[in-house]
Design a binder for this molecule. Sequence first.
Ligand SMILES: Nc1ncnc2c1ncn2[C@@H]1O[C@H](COP(=O)(O)OP(=O)(O)OP(=O)(O)O)[C@@H](O)[C@H]1O
Ligand SMILES: [Mg+2]
Length: 724
Amino acid sequence: MSILENLNIEQRKAAERVEGPLLILAGAGSGKTRTVTFRIAHMVLEKGISPYKILAVTFTNKAAREMKERVEGLIGEEAKRVMVSTFHSFGVRLLRMYGSKLGYDSNFNIYDADDQKRLVKNIMKDIGITDKNTTPARVVSAISKLKEEGITPEEYAADSRGFLESYRTVSAVYSKYNVALKNNNAMDFSDILVNTNKLMDDLEIREKIQERYQYIMVDEYQDTNKIQYEIVNKIAAKYENLCVVGDEDQSIYGFRGANIQNILDFEKDYPNAFVIKLEQNYRSTENILEAANHVIKNNESSRGKNLWTDKKGGQPISIIEAKDGREEAYFILQEINALKNQGYNYKDLTILYRTNAQSRAFEELFIKFGIAHKIFGGMQFYQRAEIKDIIAYMNVINNPKDSLSLMRILNVPKRKIGPATINKFREYAEANEMSLFEALGHTDDIKLGPALKITITEFYNGMMSLMEEAEYMPVSEIFTEILTTFRYKSYLEGIGDDRVEERLENVEELRNSITEREKNAEDLTLGEYLENISLVSATDDMEESKDYIKLMTIHNSKGLEFPVVFIAGMEDEVFPSQKADFDTGQLEEERRLCYVAITRAEKTLYICHANERFVYGQSQYRSRSRFLEEIPPHLLESKTKIEKPVQKKKPSASKGVENFNPFKKKVVGSADLNLPYSVNDRVTHKKFGLGIVRNANEKTVEVEFTAGKKKFLTAAIDKFIQKA
Ligand SMILES: Nc1ncnc2c1ncn2[C@@H]1O[C@H](COP(=O)(O)OP(=O)(O)OP(=O)(O)O)[C@@H](O)[C@H]1O
Ligand SMILES: [Mg+2]
């Protein structure tokens, strides 16, 4: 029996056709990703194609991991040799091998948005730009856009629009920014793609890559940008064994340069392409699917599809109308409780929203009631200052040319190395054509006070010996060495504000995550580790088995599916966002986003909206989203107004929400307080173990552990302790 018995006829046709250009164009939940997965397995197991020759490109790390695991489940160990990867990881891999052709050392570092901003800020300061109308963040996004459109600094400078101040600013920074990256032996995210594409223009390398990856598959092709498109098509040019998979109705990354035309023009690019349409949706009930179809058919960009499902009928879509955002979150929480009573687990439930900021209301409520949840995206762990500090140490150890990271840590912990001193070294480095780090080794040539000279030499020697050790030390050891050599923890403790404990916890969390990664990847090198964490994305650490409610933006939910979905904030000017007001292109993109959101749901879908929202501290009236009006009323069911509960007695976190009343004013200082913990509650702490709450008020919670009493700030308590 063929492995392809697990596919329907159309899917099987697609999977069987392994030679030549192939387009799988099909709506949500029709098994596109599944088809790719089985296609790979079929190629290796039943067609005898070497796994080594196969490249499958996915949109996220999570998707890559899952595809690899599934293929492994089907064909075993051989699957490990298939290259399943995102564009960025794939690019980095090639650039580590061939980047020297473009003037990079193989240990280049990868800069994230925060690094980019800092670099731009430094450059603006260096060249004395006083443009008040722009910010480093805006300059960064302008530069990224230019890079991905393939416009060089020179071309941009020659551009006639240069008379506007903001253009002049971008133009002045752009070339300096590129030079700085190169000098630092670093690439930003756009560079990874741009440089990978450049590699493909080297005949020798291109031929090598073409020979190596003779079979290419790209999932979510509708969201590729110009450069990704070029990379894929250059590799595929020789054998033309290119299978692209996607849905024009799910192109939602236009703001990052995704070009829907890439998928729509595939048949023009490859006139001999074979096209497969999948029409059975396996994910959702008929009601959900019908709602999605009704919304998307309003888009000019949609080619129209006949998706059907054999999951006839299904529950109507529940509409929840709330007074304001707070009430919306509360109503959703009540529904969650009801679903829980019906036997659902938290892990079946997902809340989707248009922007990350909308997660706040839910987070606050869930923390208050001890409801297990996890927010994907938003402020990332690796963006926290203390984490960035330690990573900056690692970056310099891995790549001493990385002056941006070096400048971050030269005076962290405080060593009295001020900007004037740093400038002396920068000038010396420039004059002598060496890196800033190298210059630190030349303290004799630079005018310095004796104390400063000792400090800098100490720092330099400390780093030098770590660089030597890093060759053979596990990453977790390097981490420990950094903390001890540079007394980083004492520095954090010395800051002395109310976030000290939190920062120390974060550092420990970083240690745990390193150890965790080492468990999964033996002989993890510092370079590999840094690469992994530079390429993290929002959904990487989603674990299907963990029982928590998932919260994320619709963008991050792409390709995923969940039994129960709540779409929150379904109001005009939230979703579709204001940007769509006067721009039909934007409106269509928002509508595609709505289509993606609806089609994530398997069984139950809630659409929620509030009549009032706070925007910049002001309450504004909101009407329900026009997308909601596009769903035929017979598919909808208004949730009868949920009874506003009366608060009878002091609420207790462990008992859920039945007796919590968000509409009643808080009476501070009375027994009526909605505190997350009360006296005698049993709690656990990662480090101190089991404890008992001895005192709890609005500001602090005091817990007795075997190790003694500890105080925590009530506002931040969930970061430290949990109910036992
Ligand atoms: N032939 C099939 N038999 C059984 N289940 C299937 C079949 N095809 C797809 N499915 C299931 O349907 C669901 C949706 O499949 P998949 O995620 O591959 O769809 P998709 O087209 O990639 O969706 P999206 O457009 O959201 O990325 C999955 O749970 C998948 O296992
Ligand atoms: Mg998919």
